[in-house]
Design a protein around this ligand. Structure first.
Ligand code: ADP
Ligand code: ASP
Ligand code: MG
Length: 412
């Protein structure tokens, strides 16, 4: 029988009522003749609560225990979804990651999927099971320890199952009815897209649009998974939502496809480091060893053989980065005058494949921000995106003004 993967995010399984509603959607697909693999997130708020318990218990926690704890929210919803389906007379059972087994690397809290053997689930489908409810976000390492795939990782679980089982489609049910030109929660004029190219979705996701986890888009692109985002709160047709697809399948599009933001960014500047070969390697090697994800990097012009080095990172990694650099200084590994930290910045980005062939997007972006009196602290660009770091208090204003200026409310 053809296989369909249906993933329900946190708000779509937030309580028993919502689980029943989601289960009904699954029942519709089973009635059409699909064997369904349902991937569930934890109830909304649950993972944050578990992360809070870990932080309170042990600030510099053992990442293996972090994973054991924060993965548990999905175990509850998987079991509840299976029970709800059984109540509807749909043959279903739950699977935790290790039971599949979904094998991952042992990079705890950000593990990558290595293999999903299909035999166990297929054997059960062969015996009449119609729905396998799999706990998203979690797997098992070679060492036999529970791992998690990074926040938002259930999207990746879903796409990986769709690829492994050759599913006809991977439907991501969430609390918005598709992918928008920007986050509809902060821009009322945001427009829902019927289709978006993999590459644009990949950039939007990696720049903060959390509607899909970045890795899930990468996997869908690589394994040619038909990926769709849609709402679990509305009745759905087969054409509903947004299809993430190849560029060639999209007839017309705007130069800028969307605006993304990442609210909780920080900027750190090392004042007066030596300007000589090897310094960047020492600084960023140290940060990488400390597990810090550095994003933008700027090095100033040097004066008297010394320079300043600025980089951005997620706010919640500032403490770890500061500790690592202070230790490096104390041990004599790096000499710098001061470490200046700005924890009140956000990153705003415009993304579009059209930028490859059309110039002037950066100039327009900078003009829009300057007209609004927004100071740009750091800029980075790639072929299809431009990102700026700005004061957090201007973030929403920047997103809305850019959305207006590039006329994203209108279809291209
Ligand atoms: P789930 O719990 O279903 O995984 P998420 O909260 O992870 O849902 O992702 C959905 C949210 O992503 C939406 O509620 C929306 O606020 C946010 N979002 C950010 N950017 C976009 C965008 N461009 N299009 C749609 N949603 C977006
Ligand atoms: N529950 C996890 C999180 O909140 C994974 C997910 O929902 O995708 O990050
Ligand atoms: Mg999510």
């Amino acid at each position: 029988m053809p296989v369909l993967v249906m993933k329900f995010g946190g708000t779509s399984v937030a309580n028993l009522d919502r689980i029943r509603r989601a289960a009904k959607r699954v029942g519709v697909e089973v009635a059409k003749g699909y064997d369904v693999i349902v991937i569930v997130s934890a109830m909304s708020g649950e993972t944050n609560k578990l992360v809070g318990f870990v932080d309170e218990t042990s600030p510099l926690y053992d990442a293996r225990e972090y994973d054991a704890i924060v993965s548990s929210g999905e175990n509850v919803t998987a079991g509840l979804m299976a029970l709800t389906l059984q109540e509807m007379d749909v043959p279903a059972r739950s699977w935790q990651g290790w039971q599949v087994p979904l094998k991952t690397t042992s990079a705890h809290s950000q593990a990558r999927i290595e293999e999903i053997p299909t035999d166990n689930l297929n054997a059960k489908f062969g015996e009449g099971m119609r729905v396998a409810v799999v706990a998203g976000f979690q797997g098992i390492s070679d060492e036999g320890r529970i791992t998690t795939l990074g926040r938002g990782g259930s999207d990746t679980t879903a796409v990986a199952f769709a690829a492994a089982f050759g599913a006809e489609r991977c439907d991501i049910y969430t609390d918005v009815d598709g992918v928008y030109t920007t986050d509809p929660r902060i821009c009322a004029k945001a427009r829902k897209l019927d289709k978006i190219a993999f590459e644009e979705m990949l950039e939007l996701a990696s720049l903060g649009a959390k509607v899909l986890q970045t890795r899930s888009v990468e996997l869908a692109m690589r394994y040619k998974v038909k990926l769709r985002v849609l709402s679990s709160f509305e009745e759905q047709s087969d054409e509903a939502g947004t299809l993430v697809c190849d560029e060639e399948e999209i007839m017309e599009s705007n130069v800028v496809a969307g605006v993304a933001y990442s609210r909780d960014e920080a900027k750190m500047t090392l004042l007066s480091v030596a300007d000589r070969p090897g310094i960047a390697s020492i600084i960023f090697g140290c940060l990488s060893d400390a597990g810090v994800n550095v994003d933008m990097i700027v090095q100033n012009i040097s004066e008297d053989g010394r320079t300043d080095m600025t980089y951005s990172l997620p706010t919640d990694q500032v403490k770890r980065a500061g500790t690592a650099l202070d230790e490096l200084k104390t041990s004599g590994g790096l000499n710098f005058a001061e470490l200046v930290i700005d924890e009140d910045v956000s990153k705003v980005s415009v993304v579009g494949i059209g930028m490859r062939s059309q110039s002037g997007v950066a100039a327009k972006m900078f003009k829009v921000l300057s007209d609004e009196g927004v100071n740009i602290k750091v800029i980075t660009t790639s072929e299809i995106k431009i990102s700026v770091l700005i004061d957090r208090k201007y973030m929403e204003l920047a997103v809305q003004s850019l959305h207006d200026a590039f006329e994203l409310e209108k279809a291209g």
